[in-house]
Design a protein around this ligand. Structure first.
Ligand SMILES: Cc1cc2nc3c(=O)[nH]c(=O)nc-3n(C[C@H](O)[C@H](O)[C@H](O)COP(=O)(O)OP(=O)(O)OC[C@H]3O[C@@H](n4cnc5c(N)ncnc54)[C@H](O)[C@@H]3O)c2cc1C
Ligand code: SF4
Length: 549
C-alpha cells in the first residue's frame, strides 16, 4: 500500500481491478444506476478475455439480472445444456450415476455452455457503450492509500523496466488512479486481494480459503462423436482416493469440446503433478475415444476457489470491497462461480452507487456484505457448505457423506454435520517426500498427451523476457535448502506451465525460474509449502492470450 508521491495521478469515481465477469458486471451496474459516474476498469491481459479461463457451463441467473434479454442482444452464448451425466471412473471402466441419485444442487438444468472469455469481451463492449473506460494491458500492482490508511484507488505497473529494474528506452512510470471507491475483481488468489485480506484482517474468524487448479484444453473432434449441449463430469480416475477434484467435458458448438481436470490443491503427495494427472485423464478409454482423431486447439490453466461459505471473507474494507472469486463464491459441488461473480458485482455496485449519491467516499460500506449475500449467494452456498470439508477429510469416501449431506439439505433443510470448518490452508496439506509413494508418469504420446512446453505454446504467451521477475522468492535459498530435501521441491510438478526447474550446476542442484512461461494460474502462490513464492503481476499485457477459453 502506497501514497501517490510524485506519480501522475488521474481521478475517477470508481476504479475496478479486473475485467472478468465480476468486474464487468459491477461496471455495467454502476452505469445503469448512475450514468454520470466515472467508472474505470483496468485489466492486466493485453485484451479483455485474454486471461479468462473457465469451464464453462453457466447458470444464467447472474446475467439475467444484469442484462435481461442478453441472448437477444447478441451475447456470444453457446448451446443450452441438453444432457448432463456424472461418471465415476476406474482405470478401465466408466460408471454413470443414475440421474435420480444426484443431489439437485449438482444438476445443470437451464444452464448454457459458454466461452467465458468471449462473454467477457461482449460484456466489455456493453460496458463501454454505457461510458465505462476500460484499460487492457494495465496491471494494478499496488493500492493507493490516503493519510488515514484507507484505500483511495490503485497504482498501475511500470512499463519498460529491464530485468534488473532499470529503465529501458520508452519507459513509462505507472500512474496513480484515485477513486472514491475501489472494487477488487481479480478472480481467485488476487494479488491485491491477498494483501487486503491480510492487512485488514478480512479473514478473521473464517476458515482458510481453499483452491483447486483447473487445467483445460479445447479440442475439435469428429462430427460423429460430437453432441452439442452434452455435459459430462467425472470423479475417480485418475485421482487417487485421497485427492479431491474431477474432470469435465462440455460439448460446445462447432465440433468443439472443452476438456479439463480440476485438482484440489490440498493434495498431500509432493510428487503429484496436476498437469500429468490431466494427461492420464485423457488416456481413459471414455476420453481418448473422443480426442484420438481430433485436434487440440488451446491449452490453459487457472486456479479456482473451493472454500465456499466458510471461507468468505469480510468483503468491505475502508474505501472498497472484494467481489467475485477474489472473495470466493464458487459453488464447488456444482462447479459454478460465474453467476455468483456477476451477482456480487451487481450488489457491490448498488452499494457503491448509493454511497456516492449520499456524498460518501472512502469509508467502509457496511451494507455491502449483506447485499451481496442476499443476491442468492447465501441461499446457494450455505446448503452445500459441507461438501468440500467432507471430501478433504475422507477423500473419495467423503463423496458418500457429501451426497447424504446435500440430499439432507435439499429435502430437510438441515445438515447432519452442522457446519464443518476447513482445517488448514492448502500449502500445509503437503506431506514429506519420505511419507508418500513416489508417483511416476508416462511419457506423452504427442497425439493426445503432451509435455508442458508443447502445451504452453498453445496458450499464446507474450512476455518480454527483459523485465523484472514477477515470481518473488522471499528467500532464494528455501527451494534448494528447505523444500528439496523435505518435499523434493514440488514447484516443477505443481506448476502447469514449466516455469520452475531444479537443474544442476557444478554438481549441485539449482532452482531456476522461467517467468516467460507463466499462465497466471497462481498455483505457486497457493501451494508452495514454505509460502516463499509471491506472484505479482508482470508488465501489463504479459501472459497468455487465450482465445475462447
Ligand atoms: C477450470 C475452471 C473451470 C470452471 N468451470 C466453471 C463452470 O463450468 N461454470 C461456472 O459458473 N464457473 C466455472 N468456473 C469458475 C469461474 O470461472 C469463476 O467463478 C469466475 O471466472 C470468477 O469471475 P471473476 O470475475 O471473479 O474472476 P476472473 O474470471 O478470474 O477474472 C479476473 C480478471 O481480473 C484480471 N486481473 C487479475 N488481477 C489483476 C490485476 N492486479 N490488475 C489487472 N487485472 C487483473 C484477470 O486478468 C482477469 O481478467 C471455473 C473455473 C475454472 C478455473
Ligand atoms: S509460475 Fe505460478 S502462476 Fe505461473 S503458471 Fe506456474 S504455478 Fe501458475
Amino acid at each position: 500500500m502506497a501514497a501517490a508521491q510524485d506519480r501522475e495521478t488521474l481521478s475517477t469515481d470508481v476504479v475496478i481491478v479486473g475485467a472478468g465477469p465480476a468486474g464487468l458486471a459491477a461496471a455495467i451496474r454502476l452505469k445503469q444506476q448512475a450514468p454520470g459516474l466515472g467508472v474505470t476498469v483496468v485489466e492486466k491481459a493485453a485484451a479483455v478475455g485474454g486471461h479468462i479461463l473457465s469451464g464453462a457451463v453457466m447458470n444464467p441467473a447472474g446475467l439475467d439480472r444484469l442484462i435481461p434479454g442478453w441472448r437477444q442482444q447478441g451475447a456470444p452464448s453457446g448451446p443450452a445444456v441438453t444432457s448432463d451425466r456424472m461418471h465415476f471412473l476406474t482405470a478401465k471402466h466408466d460408471f454413470v450415476a443414475p440421474s435420480a441419485l444426484l443431489p439437485p444442487q449438482m444438476k445443470t438444468e437451464g444452464t448454457v455452455i459458454v466461452s467465458l472469455g468471449a462473454l467477457c469481451q461482449w460484456l466489455a463492449q456493453q460496458a463501454e457503450a454505457l461510458g465505462v473506460e476500460i484499460y487492457p494491458g494495465t496491471a494494478a500492482v499496488d493500492l493507493l492509500t490516503d493519510a488515514d490508511g484507507r484505500v483511495a484507488g490503485i497504482i498501475t505497473g511500470d512499463l519498460g523496466r529491464d530485468r534488473r529494474g532499470g529503465e529501458k528506452p520508452g519507459f513509462a512510470r505507472g500512474i496513480a488512479l484515485a477513486a472514491r471507491y475501489t472494487l477488487i475483481a481479480e478472480g481467485a488468489r488476487g494479488s491485491l486481494a491477498k494483501r487486503l485480506i491480510a492487512d485488514f484482517g478480512l479473514d478473521a474468524g473464517k476458515s482458510p480459503q481453499k483452491f483447486g487448479l483447473g487445467i483445460k484444453e479445447i479440442w475439435e473432434i469428429p462430427e460423429s462423436l460430437h453432441e452439442e449441449g452434452r455435459v459430462d463430469h467425472y470423479l475417480g480416475f485418475p485421482l487417487d482416493l485421497g485427492t479431491g477434484g474431477g474432470g469435465f467435458c462440455y460439448h460446445a458448438g462447432n465440433r468443439r469440446i472443452y476438456l479439463g481436470l480440476v485438482v484440489h490443491l490440498d493434495y498431500k503427495n509432493p510428487t503429484l503433478s496436476p498437469f500429468d494427472e490431466f494427461q492420464r485423464f485423457k488416456q481413459h478409454p471414455s476420453i481418448v475415444r473422443l480426442i484420438e482423431h481430433g485436434r487440440r486447439l488451446s491449452y490453459g490453466a487457472r486456479s479456482l476457489t473451493s472454500g465456499g461459505w466458510q471461507s468468505i471473507p469480510d468483503l468491505a474494507f475502508p474505501g472498497g470491497a472484494l467481489i467475485g472469486c477474489a472473495a470466493g463464491f464458487m459453488n464447488v459441488p456444482a462447479l459454478k462461480g460465474i453467476h455468483n461473480a456477476i451477482r456480487s458485482g451487481i450488489a457491490a455496485a448498488e452499494s457503491v452507487a448509493a454511497a456516492i449519491s449520499a456524498g460518501r467516499a472512502g469509508d467502509r460500506l457496511d451494507d455491502l456484505q449483506q447485499r451481496v449475500l442476499a443476491t442468492g449467494i447465501e441461499a446457494e452456498l450455505f446448503p452445500v457448505r459441507n461438501a468440500k470439508p467432507l471430501l478433504s477429510r475422507f477423500g473419495l469416501i467423503g463423496l458418500g457423506f457429501a451426497g447424504l449431506d446435500l440430499w439432507s439439505n435439499a429435502l430437510l433443510k438441515v445438515s447432519p454435520f452442522g457446519t464443518l470448518k476447513h482445517r488448514k490452508a492448502d500449502y500445509a496439506a503437503l506431506r514429506h517426500l519420505a511419507d508418500e509413494p513416489a508417483k511416476r508418469y508416462p511419457r506423452p504420446d504427442g497425439r493426445t498427451t503432451f509435455d508442458r512446453a508443447a502445451s504452453v505454446f498453445l496458450a499464446n504467451i507474450a512476455h518480454d523476457e527483459d523485465q523484472p521477475v514477477h515470481l518473488k522468492l522471499a528467500d532464494p535459498k528455501v527451494p534448494i535448502e528447505e523444500n528439496l530435501p523435505v518435499y523434493g521441491e514440488p514447484a516443477p510438478l505443481y506448476c502447469p506451465a514449466g516455469v520452475y526447474e531444479v537443474a544442476e550446476a557444478g554438481g549441485a542442484p539449482v532452482f531456476r525460474i522461467h517467468p516467460a512461461n507463466c499462465v497466471h494460474c497462481k498455483t505457486c502462490d497457493i501451494k508452495d509449502p514454505a509460502q516463499n513464492i509471491t506472484w505479482v503481476p508482470p508488465e501489463g499485457g504479459s501472459g497468455p492470450n487465450y482465445s475462447g477459453m
